[in-house]
Design a protein. Structure first.
Length: 121
C-alpha cells in the first residue's frame, strides 16, 4: 500500500472545521475502495490516482467539492453525480456543494464510483 501524502494531511488540517470530516471521509473511502491508490497534490488540491487520475477534492470557505475525472463514463443509476452537480448552485466537481458529511452520497455509492474509475483506468 503506497504511503499517505503528508501534504494532504496538511491540506485537511488547514481546511475549515466543517470541511475536515468531509475530506477525511472521502479520503478513507478512496483507500478502502482502492488500497493501491496514490495520493498527490494537483493544482493545489488533493488528487488520487491509480494507473491514471481517479478523483480529487477541495475545500473552500463555505463548502467542499469532489469530482471524478471520468464521471461521464461512470454508471450512476441513482443520479448522485448528475442530480447533485448543481445542488446549492454551481460548484466544481460533480458531487455538488458539500458542507457536511450528510451531503455525501452513501458510502456504497462512492466506493462503487471509485471502483468503476479504477476499472476504467
Amino acid at each position: 500500500m503506497p504511503p499517505k501524502d503528508k501534504r494532504i494531511d496538511a491540506y485537511i488540517s488547514k481546511a475549515q472545521p466543517f470541511a475536515q470530516p468531509v475530506l477525511k471521509k472521502l479520503r478513507t473511502l478512496v483507500h478502502k475502495a482502492c488500497p493501491e491508490v496514490t495520493e498527490t497534490i494537483k493544482w493545489g488540491m488533493p488528487a488520487f490516482e491509480y494507473m491514471g487520475p481517479l478523483l480529487g477534492f477541495a475545500a473552500f470557505k463555505q463548502h467542499c467539492v469532489a469530482g471524478f475525472w471520468k464521471h461521464k463514463l461512470l454508471k450512476d443509476p441513482k443520479g448522485y453525480l448528475g442530480e447533485r452537480k448543481n445542488q446549492g448552485g454551481e460548484a466544481m466537481g460533480n458531487l455538488g456543494r458539500m458542507a457536511s458529511v450528510k451531503d455525501l452520497p452513501p458510502d456504497r455509492a462512492i466506493i462503487g464510483f471509485i471502483k468503476q474509475a479504477v476499472k476504467l483506468n
